[in-house]
Design a protein around this ligand. Structure first.
Ligand code: IPE
Ligand code: IPE
Ligand code: MG
Length: 237
């Protein structure tokens, strides 16, 4: 592919990290950090829309996050249920198509129902796409994709990259151009490991509950100055 320096990412993935540290800095429980993190989601979605980015994938809960204390997992799941219920109307009004990506059989029946309803209700919306990754793991996603292809009778000895890409949870969406990680850690933690093969990475020290429109603009400005080569050579100036 040719070298490009696109002004705007078509799809942004966000690893929303640092809720626990945000709470600790304030002498609060981790659950307070998670609640504050939900507020940040609203702000950032609005800012992305204003900036002209209409496809977002938010990492909310990884397949590894089940190893957290029971109480914290329960709090997170309750927050996902409440938020799904509270936000769908407005997202729908704004023309956003909601999808939850991840292994949802392990989610509560209640959350599965809320998710299914939200997806059905918003499936024809064309203004924006919001993927929420819950019980999501990039490795699990690849395994699920291969299993799905095998079950459909595909000849796996002839498997092409496009076949597998089409069997992932993100089938039909552009790959993320930009992955933002808050709270400073420089790792992917199993997020979109296939799709982000050539994504630009942006790590900020800002903790997720503090992330706001200005932080998003800073990430976009940084992105727009990147030179993407996709393995090619830079064009002579
Ligand atoms: C991110 O914040 C939220 C989830 C992973 C669910 P953390 O809870 O990981 O916050 P830190 O990393 O402990 O600060
Ligand atoms: C990544 O954050 C997962 C989500 C943001 C949902 P973690 O806090 O789980 O990542 P590690 O454990 O620091 O790699
Ligand atoms: Mg963390």
């Amino acid at each position: 592919m040719a070298e490009t320096s696109p002004a705007l990412p078509r799809h942004i993935g966000i690893i929303m990290d640092g809720n626990g540290r945000w709470a600790r800095q304030r002498g609060l429980r981790r659950s307070a950090g998670h609640r504050a993190g939900i507020q940040a989601i609203r702000r950032v979605m609005e800012a992305a829309d204003t900036a002209g980015v209409h496809c977002l994938t938010l990492y909310a809960f990884s397949t590894e996050n089940w190893s957290r204390p029971r109480q914290e997992v329960a709090t997170l799941m309750r927050l996902f249920e409440q938020t799904m219920q509270a936000e769908v109307d407005e997202l729908h009004r704004n023309g956003v198509r909601i999808r939850v990506i991840g292994r949802r059989q392990q989610l509560s029946k209640r959350l599965q129902k809320l998710v299914g309803d939200a997806e059905r209700r918003t499936e024809a919306n064309l203004t924006g796409v919001l993927n929420v990754a819950i019980n999501y793991g990039g490795r699990a996603e690849i395994v699920d994709g291969v299993r799905q292809l095998a079950a459909s009778g595909a000849d796996l000895s002839q498997l092409e990259e496009a076949d597998l890409a089409g069997a992932l949870y993100t089938a039909g969406l552009p790959d993320p151009d930009l992955i933002i990680r808050t709270a400073g850690e420089m790792r992917t933690s199993n997020f979109l490991i296939w799709q982000a093969a050539y994504a630009e990475l942006y790590v900020t020290q800002t903790l997720w509950p503090d992330f706001d429109a200005a932080d998003l603009r800073a990430a976009l400005a940084d992105y727009s100055a990147r030179v993407r080569r996709f393995g090619g050579v830079p064009k002579p100036r």
